[in-house]
Write a protein that binds this ligand. Structure first.
Ligand code: 0X9
Ligand code: ZN
Length: 438
């Protein structure tokens, strides 16, 4: 009895702490007039510990989350440069509590599934997803395999699925990789990979996608950060690397600045920054794991999609503004994916924007999709899924349960459009090669 009370008290305190760390934080809306202003405000993340939720661009406002301690410094810069700003919320706690309540209510309400699988009423935790991947491989051994790719910094097993009717033995098929949750707080990206798994394994409606492609699906690329965002800090972005500097209280490397592509050119070397690039390229187990998966399949890797949030965008490399040799093709396929999503999206949502990362968002270095572009995938993209306010108060990373299944469904429409083009291209190339040999 006393034990139960003790545990209840502890969990109550944990919930309090989880929200208290954001006490006094303010989310600002930033409107920039020109590229100079954008550079100034976006570049600030390398100098002071602000958390940019959305990079500002002329014509598109940015969002910056600022703690009480940093607020004055931040406002001084913004005001001196005559940059327009307003407060989106200074009561993030209310939005956090609303998210928690609505997700909990949706989880309770959930109808029993008629078939095996994870439901799309809620955001599933690491352990649930981990067990699910294993269960899928047991139930569907003829075409689903689960692989343990290695351990995260804190020792969590990073699992991915291989879906293949020929067990990855037929070298004339393209390999396509999908990944989510490289950034911990981007919860809405998990239903996108879970939906793809659902449509490729449990509820198959388009057989060609299963027969003609070897799939690699990695739903939780950064499990330590992801769990931390559930238990301790909802807006955690990085992994949970610690002990880099003796006595340093700052934790975490941004995995999406840690890939070996222009590494360190345009990211932070401050361990306390949200875009800290780590001590060297691939210093983190989570990024080295992705590298090794890619290298194993680079000879027939046709497409890679790293799913992030938020902002309704499909982005391609490179982060410094240079284009890959197939830049035009990257754009054309990107537009096809965006149009497929736009056709089924909710009307109140913005259309997807497609383009080079530096042109659409802001230049930076060390991205996974940039590295994979160089390492072999002809078509490598970063998706930024939409944010959805619903009744959760603030647009950004907070999830409204009403949007979960829609996020899965509409993103799948985009992925399919891209994958079909990628697969056609791949098979045309194979046919051309055969014709030359004949
Ligand atoms: O900044 C990032 O890491 C990504 N945005 S996020 O808000 N999810 O953090 C964008 C990465 C884009 N990368 C490429 N297009 N290469
Ligand atoms: Zn991200």
């Amino acid at each position: 009895m006393y034990n139960t009370v003790f545990v209840l008290c502890l969990s109550f305190l944990a919930v309090l702490a989880k929200y208290e760390i954001y006490e006094g934080h303010t989310l600002y809306n930033i409107v920039v007039k020109d590229v100079e202003q954008a550079k100034l405000v976006n570049g600030l993340e390398k100098q002071i510990p602000i958390d940019i939720w959305m990079y500002a661009m002329p014509g598109r406002p940015g969002q910056v989350f600022v703690s009480k301690e940093t607020e004055q410094k931040f406002l001084d810069v913004v005001e001196n440069a005559d940059i327009e700003y307003s407060i989106l919320t200074d009561n993030i706690r209310e939005s956090l509590e609303l998210e928690k309540e609505r997700l909990a209510a949706a989880a309770k309400r959930k109808s029993e599934r008629s078939s095996f699988g994870l439901d799309f009423d809620t955001i599933h935790r690491y352990e649930v997803v981990d067990a699910y991947l294993t269960e899928l491989s047991i139930r569907f051994p003829h075409f689903v395999t689960v692989e343990s790719a290695g351990n995260s910094f804190e020792g969590r097993d990073i699992k991915y699925l291989k879906i293949s009717t020929t067990h990855f033995q037929n070298n004339t098929k393209p390999v396509i990789m999908l990944q989510s949750l490289l950034h911990a707080r981007e919860w809405i990206t998990l239903p996108a990979t879970l939906y793809a798994i659902e449509k490729l394994v449990i509820d198959i409606t388009e057989r060609d996608l299963v027969d003609n492609i070897d799939w690699i699906i990695l739903p939780i690329a950064n499990p330590d950060g992801y769990e931390w965002s559930h238990t301790d800090a909802r807006f955690w972005r990085k992994n949970r690397r610690n002990g880099l500097l003796p006595g340093d209280s700052c934790v975490g490397v941004d995995p999406n600045r840690n890939f070996d592509v222009f590494w360190g050119n345009n990211s932070s070397d401050d361990v306390c920054s949200n875009t800290f690039h780590g001590t060297s390229a691939f210093s983190e187990p989570e990024t080295a794991i992705i590298r090794d998966i890619i290298l194993e399949h680079s000879d027939r890797l046709e497409m890679y999609m790293d799913i992030h949030s938020h902002g309704s965008m499909i982005l391609y490399g490179f982060g410094n503004g240079e284009l890959a040799p197939n830049g035009l093709e990257l754009h054309v396929v990107g537009v096809a994916m965006a149009q497929a999503i736009d056709q089924v999206k909710w009307v109140e949502k913005p259309n997807y924007r497609v383009g080079n990362f530096a042109a659409v968002l802001y230049p930076a270095s060390g991205f996974s999709s940039d590295w994979v572009q160089i390492a072999g995938a002809t078509l490598s993209y970063t998706y930024e899924l939409p944010s959805y306010r619903g009744q959760s108060g603030v647009n950004g990373f907070l999830v409204d349960p009403d949007f979960i299944v829609q996020a899965g469904y509409e993103t799948w429409e985009g992925i399919k459009a891209g994958v079909r083009q990628a697969t056609n291209k791949f098979y045309n190339r194979v046919a051309e090669k055969e014709a030359i040999l004949r």
